[in-house]
Design a protein around this ligand. Structure first.
Ligand code: BTN
Length: 330
């Protein structure tokens, strides 16, 4: 825990009665000047710290942001290793988690940020990452062959949907790994993998979660990269107005851990029914396009199979689609 986090933790423990600068300095083994600097840094991050001559510092309010030290205490599942990495802002939590994975970070390593400057989405798109969202990446090291790891993106999306459902959000799934409400996209998943011929070295699963509508978001769409259409965006808070950003991120991490455990035990087959129940595509007429936007298949979706493939009834046959972008047809 950094000194700043220890100052924050001491302020939290002190509660209403507060704690003097002298007591804080003594408890943390730093100078009073250093305590003052840490309090200023906390205020810069949005913590409302009141200082009264005589009675010292009191924490009045914490910011509503996905700072790793705010999310970490709310997460219950043991898979996720403490302390969480990340911070108020980073280029991309997936990049950070990849670096950690390359350096040998263990399964369950978590990186969280309240903003990203260079968030990445699928197909090389930009993932807009303003304040009010939660940007989370985790390192996984399942003992499976690379070909069997492909369904993990669906598993992570399912975990997010289950976590959000527990908060009262009507979260549905759009194959392969979009989490949606009836009004737009709530979260997206980006899975990156390093593997040898027959074994996964690491997987980084990142998700971006739209929690609170950013101040400047005029309409409910956001550009997600050049050459692609504007997408409808939805926010967790549209359905669960009282949920803090950190609590939403924690609920999703817990949902992902539970689904991951189920997947390790029984493969994607053990999750097909849970996935199907939330799928917005089953029974719908769709077009499947590749990364360049070229149509590959069209037909009526019959479901998802045990290998995570989308089953599209093209009229003459049922095609099992392994990847692509799905557009619903009117
Ligand atoms: C998508 O295109 O739908 C996937 C978006 C994934 C965005 C998340 S935000 C956290 C992590 N860091 C990134 O740069 N991307 C992923």
């Amino acid at each position: 825990m950094s000194t700043r986090e220890r100052v924050l933790s001491a302020l939290r423990d002190a509660g209403e009665s507060g704690i003097s600068g002298e007591e804080l300095a003594g408890a943390l083994g730093v100078s009073r000047v250093a305590v003052g600097k840490h309090v200023t840094a906390l205020r810069d991050l949005g913590y409302d710290v009141h200082a009264t001559p005589g009675s010292g510092y009191r924490l009045l309010q914490a910011p509503d942001a996905a700072y790793p030290w705010e999310v970490e205490p709310l997460v219950r599942e043991e898979l996720w290793l403490r302390p969480f990495g990340g911070g108020p802002s980073t280029a991309s939590t997936n990049d950070d988690a990849r670096t950690l994975a390359e350096q040998g970070a263990r399964e369950g390593t978590v990186v969280v940020a309240a903003r990203q400057q260079a968030g990445r989405g699928r197909f090389g798109r930009v993932w807009s990452s303003p304040e009010g969202g939660a940007y989370v990446s985790v390192v996984l090291r399942p003992a499976v062959a690379p070909a069997d790891a492909g369904t993990l993106a669906l598993v992570v999306a399912l975990g997010i949907a289950e976590g959000l459902e527990a908060l009262g959000v009507p979260a549905r799934l759009k194959w392969p790994n979009d989490v949606k409400s009836p009004d737009g996209k709530l979260a997206g998943v980006l899975l990156e993998m390093s593997a040898e011929a027959d074994a996964v070295r690491w997987i980084v699963a990142g998700f971006g979660l739209n929690v609170a509508r950013p101040a400047q978001a005029g309409d409910s769409s956001t550009p997600n990269g050049p050459g692609f259409e504007r997408r409808q965006v939805a926010y967790v808070r549209d359905y669960a107005p009282d949920v803090a950003v950190g609590a939403a991120a924690a609920a999703c991490l817990d949902g992902v851990a539970r689904c991951y455990a189920k997947w390790l035990g029984g493969g994607f087959m053990s999750l097909v029914a849970d996935y199907e129940r939330r799928s917005v595509l089953t029974g719908e007429r769709v077009v499947v396009s590749n990364a360049l936007g070229a149509a590959q298949a069209s037909g009526v979706v019959r479901g998802v199979d045990g290998e995570g493939r989308l089953l599209v009834d093209t009229g003459g046959a049922v095609e099992a689609v392994t990847s692509g972008e799905i557009t619903l047809r009117a």
